[in-house]
Design a protein around this ligand. Structure first.
Ligand SMILES: Cc1ncc(COP(=O)(O)O)c(C=O)c1O
Length: 662
């Protein structure tokens, strides 16, 4: 197993003192226990310090002298004067802004203690040392202990300890540490394929030393507390049913039936399901659309600000940032406007869990002031699938309500390896996230250049991706999501995906009819990049005739919501076909109300939600999708034999429901 390396940077402008400090601290690190591979190095200026922190991903902590001076070059052979380079306060702020995961200590002179501590009071400083004490072993012990604290994985450690204790299992799960399958002629293959520890670590709430996800007070509570610190939240909760569930939990906590929620129509389906479950009154905001590539983007800032003004009685606003395609809102002004009206802000960061650990991706939702952020840690960091986190900064957080809703959606038998993977993913992000993300960004740059160098495939940059209506909204691109225009390669997207998979062993993340999206993560390697380049170059050299961009019809704008989605959804309803007997659009649908959510994939945006009025335009769009020669799934359609139908509210049901007032 590879041993960790941890460098601690000491910043002191007096060369002799710095040399003595480094020597003393390195000697202490050598003679005392040093499991994290700590070594010390030093610089004499704030500029060098910031440069080193940027260049060296192995820096884990910094020790900053409270005042850093430079000596002016002496003129005429006289003595130089001392100028302040940068105050400790400024330097700490810069370091925190750049790499908030670093531990920061201040070296102070005893006589200036109060002044320095007061100045740094509101900054994230982990501790102070008296310069004159020269207690290098004592300093090392503290720095080492603090780093070990950060590198601790309380839940994973306990899970491993428990497994190694090899207790006899008289409890669930039924495979009993794998004993039921290990020697089975029918099932042992599975045991050997996934490995014995998957079984041994698959435990249950019957083991009290592993805490309870539903009421954590031990190792899970500790792991969540460290995660909150790492992600810059007041509270963090681990969710083992993905961000899909996390979104629903938050809705049910913040929204009573009938209360308003502002949401992007392009939000993930879990958000729309959450609307039904919570009984919220949704105000759908139409997403921007890139007409050339048929890609849906963020809601225009102006639309958002107007909606916040118009619906100042809303309880919450939810947006996705960044989107699947990597488009990231300019969150601070939007959050400020929402907060000014007392609206809570939830940001779905399903695709952005790593962002805290590299300045290129910040600010995160929490840093921008959001009240809640949901992250699929499993999508872009090293956690197992379904393992997500909910970060909370809401000053009015109602823990009791949240807990009730969390427990309503959480299995009483959560998968413990998932919880452990969240603990480990957090540790990894904190200890080497910056370094790995720096590498990922470098690889993203290379991939982009290589793909463009094929002369056939073209990576879409921010200006290509941005719909016109959001061009001046200060939207940023997450470069780890690479969207490639494939229209000039001559293949259809289905054929290209098949070719990449069958001939080149490459599986991509997602596609539209004109584009492929490649997802780079901290697990992307240079050899994967080379193989991708090789494959695309070979395909490009086949020299097939390019085809025109395929345009899918634009989704009709939101019509009218007549009833609460929850009320409509729980009606029995009746089926009505989309086409009449002559196979023409069924005009009886016009003006009726849908009971289901109808979502074509792509683009994955609901055309109808429960309670929404149907128009001829909507019917035409849906029939167009069903008749399309392209592979389009339309979720929510009911088939009566071969007849595609919609479930509608009956006249009697409509009569019994309360109409929504705007
Ligand atoms: C924007 C968005 N939110 C939420 C989710 C759901 O996340 P999970 O797969 O963790 O349930 C997804 C999944 O693709 C998503 O794209």
């Amino acid at each position: 197993m590879k041993k960790p390396i941890s460098r601690i940077l000491v910043i002191n402008d007096e060369k002799l003192i710095l040399r003595e400090l480094i020597k003393g601290l390195n000697a202490a690190a050598k003679s005392l226990e040093n499991p994290l591979g700590i070594t010390f190095s030093g610089v004499t200026t704030a500029r060098e310090a910031l440069q080193t922190i940027q260049d060296d991903g192995d820096i884990q902590s910094v020790v900053v002298d409270d005042t850093l001076y430079t000596l002016d070059t002496p003129k005429n052979g006289g003595k130089g004067s001392r100028n302040l380079q940068m105050s400790a306060l400024k330097l700490v702020q810069e370091i925190n802004r750049f790499r908030p995961e670093l531990d920061i200590y201040i070296l102070i002179a005893q006589e200036k203690e109060d002044e320095v501590v007061d100045a740094l009071f509101s900054e994230t400083v982990d501790g102070y040392f008296y310069r004159e004490e020269r207690d290098y072993r004592g300093m090392y012990r503290i720095l080492n202990a603090q780093l070990q604290e950060k590198a601790r994985t309380p839940f994973y450690d306990q899970l491993k300890n428990y497994v190694l204790m090899a207790k006899d299992a008289w409890h669930t799960p039924g495979h009993s540490s794998g004993d039921s399958v290990r020697d089975s002629p029918w099932a042992s293959d599975f045991y050997h394929f996934v490995g014995e520890h998957i079984f041994r670590a698959d435990l249950s709430v019957s083991v009290p030393m592993l805490d309870s996800l539903m009421e954590p007070s031990g190792v899970i509570a500790e792991a969540q507390k460290i995660a909150a610190k790492a992600f810059g939240a007041r509270r963090t909760f681990f969710a083992t049913n993905g961000t899909s569930t996390a979104n629903k939990v938050i809705f049910q906590t913040l929204l009573a039936p009938g209360e308003k929620l502002l949401l992007d129509r392009n939000c993930h389906k879990s958000v729309h399901h959450g609307v039904v479950l919570s009984g919220a009154y949704p105000i759908y905001l139409d997403s921007s659309v890139n007409k050339k590539f048929s890609i849906y983007g963020p809601v225009p800032k102006q639309t958002l600000l107007e909606a916040i003004e118009e619906h100042s009685d809303a309880q919450a606003l939810i947006l996705t940032s960044c989107t699947y395609d990597g488009l990231r809102y300019d969150l601070p002004p939007i959050i400020t406007a929402a907060h000014a009206k007392g609206i809570k802000v939830i940001i779905d960061e399903a695709w952005y869990a790593f962002a805290r650990f590299h300045p290129a991706f910040r600010p995160t939702a929490m840093e921008a002031g959001a009240d809640y952020a949901t992250q699929s840690t499993h999508k872009v960091l090293s956690a197992f699938s379904q393992s997500s986190m909910i970060h909370i900064n809401d000053p009015d957080f109602n823990e009791h309500l949240f807990r009730e809703n969390f427990n309503m959606h959480t299995s009483t038998s959560p998968q413990y390896s998932m919880i452990a993977s969240l603990d480990v993913a957090r540790k990894q992000a904190m200890m080497e996230g910056y370094k790995l993300l720096s590498r990922t960004l470098e690889l993203a740059k290379e991939v982009r250049a290589q793909i463009n160098s094929t002369g056939v495939f073209k990576v879409l940059d921010l200006p290509d991706l941005l719909p016109d209506e959001v061009k001046s909204d200060n939207i940023q691109l997450d470069f780890t999501k690479v969207t490639v225009d494939i229209s000039r390669c001559g293949f259809t997207v289905e054929d290209l995906i098949r070719e990449l998979f069958e001939r080149y062993n490459i599986q991509v993340e997602k596609s539209t009819f004109n584009t492929l999206t490649l997802l780079l993560t901290i697990g992307t390697t240079r050899s994967k990049v080379s193989r991708l380049y090789d494959a695309l170059m070979r395909i490009a050299r086949e020299g097939r005739a390019p085809r025109r961009l395929y345009r899918i019809p634009e989704i009709p704008r939101f019509t009218e919501l007549k009833y609460l989605p929850r009320d409509a959804y729980y009606c029995g309803g009746e089926l009505m076909p989309l086409l009449d007997e002559q196979e023409r659009l069924n005009d009886e649908l016009n003006g009726r109300v849908c009971a289901d959510q109808i979502t074509p994939y792509p683009p994955g945006i609901p055309v109808l939600v429960p309670g929404q009025a149907i128009t001829d335009e909507v019917v035409q769009y849906l029939v167009g999708m069903l008749r399309s020669q392209k592979r389009v799934e339309v979720h929510g359609i009911v088939y009566d034999g071969y007849l595609p139908c919609l479930r509608l509210l009956t006249a009697a049901e409509e009569k019994g429901l309360k109409k929504l007032v705007k």
